[in-house]
Design a protein around this ligand. Structure first.
Ligand SMILES: NC(=O)c1ccc[n+]([C@@H]2O[C@H](COP(=O)([O-])OP(=O)(O)OC[C@H]3O[C@@H](n4cnc5c(N)ncnc54)[C@H](OP(=O)(O)O)[C@@H]3O)[C@@H](O)[C@H]2O)c1
Length: 281
């Protein structure tokens, strides 16, 4: 199987990201470095890590091992909930860079709004300053509901470039995606394959995949791209990394898109992580 060229999406700050990225949660240590370096060699250019994944250093090593010019990569990390205070946030971003041995992050996101603590506007102001200082090029958020987005935009005048949210066929996030789009925010999908839950045995998707001569994973990832969301699948093995990247040479017809979206469940979140309640520090 060979990969095909990955198109770009343009962000509201005029930078671009590839239309698919690589998730790195659970890729740690020497094995993690090998998996991430393999992903880069296989053609992934958008890499998604976080302070709390404890793998920013491993990702930095993988980037140097893979030997792809830094300017071709889009490297992401995320601010943990325990460091939303302004000065702590700036120090954390500097520490993220130090761990990865990078001069800048292409994209830095607030990991969770933690609304119970009420500090996400302060954290957002810190990201705005980090961008001004050249520590990061684009800034965004994860797991922000419309009310959280309205608040940071209203209080700072700065709209995030990205909102990274849980998104997969059991939880297609129609309203959140529409809100993001209306505000010029690109939606990224975390757990795009449902973290390999029952979704990968869904008969509806299985039938589409068989008809198109694709794998279930490819059909799901293609569905994300056609929704206008940027999926971030994680895969340890080179074979799955290539499989997941090879989705730009076919298209799902509208009836297949609708059939997959119809798998939505009212309780579709995989881990019961409703950002209105969930807290991660
Ligand atoms: N912002 C946030 O709050 C947040 C939360 C969660 C995740 N994320 C980000 O989103 C990324 C992706 O989410 P995720 O890691 O939770 O789940 P995911 O990407 O939906 O699923 C990963 C799982 O699917 C398996 N897999 C990958 N490709 C496959 C294929 N083609 N066929 C069958 N199985 C396949 C992987 O197995 P192997 O690895 O063994 O191949 C792994 O077990 C994370 O790595 C992280 O970067 C962000």
């Amino acid at each position: 199987m060979s990969t095909t060229a990955v198109p770009d999406v343009t962000l509201n700050d005029d930078t671009t990201l590839p239309a698919i990225g690589f998730g790195t949660y659970k890729l740690n240590g020497a094995e993690g470095v090998a998996g991430m370096a393999s992903a880069i060699r296989n053609g992934y250019r958008l890499l998604d890590s976080a302070f709390n994944y404890e793998n920013e250093g491993a990702l930095g090593v993988a980037i140097r091992q893979a030997g792809v010019p830094r300017a071709e990569l889009r490297v992401t990390s995320k601010l943990p909930g325990r460091h939303h205070h302004h000065d702590e946030a700036i120090a954390t971003i500097e520490e993220s860079l130090y761990r990865a041995q990078l001069d800048y992050y292409d994209l830095y996101l607030i990991h969770w709004p933690n609304p119970g603590r009420g500090l996400y506007v302060e954290a957002w102001s810190a990201l705005i300053e980090a961008r001004k200082r050249g520590l990061v090029r684009s800034i965004g958020v994860c797991n922000f509901l419309p009310a959280h987005l309205e608040r940071i935009i209203g209080e700072t005048g700065v709209t995030p470039a990205i909102n990274q949210v849980e998104l997969h066929p059991y939880f297609p996030q129609a309203e959140q995606r529409a809100f993001d789009r209306a505000h010029g925010i690109v939606t990224e999908s975390w757990s795009p394959l449902g973290r390999a839950n029952r979704l990968l045995q869904e008969p509806v998707i299985e039938a589409i995949a068989a008809r198109l001569g694709r794998t279930i994973g490819q059909v799901i990832l293609r569905w994300h791209v056609q929704l206008g969301a940027v999926p971030l699948p994680k895969a340890a093995s080179s074979a799955r990394q290539i499989e997941n990247l090879s989705i730009f040479d076919f298209e799902l017809p509208p009836e297949d898109m609708s059939a997959i979206t119809a798998l939505a469940r009212p309780d579709g979140r995989n881990f019961d992580q409703d950002p209105a309640r969930y807290e991660e520090f």
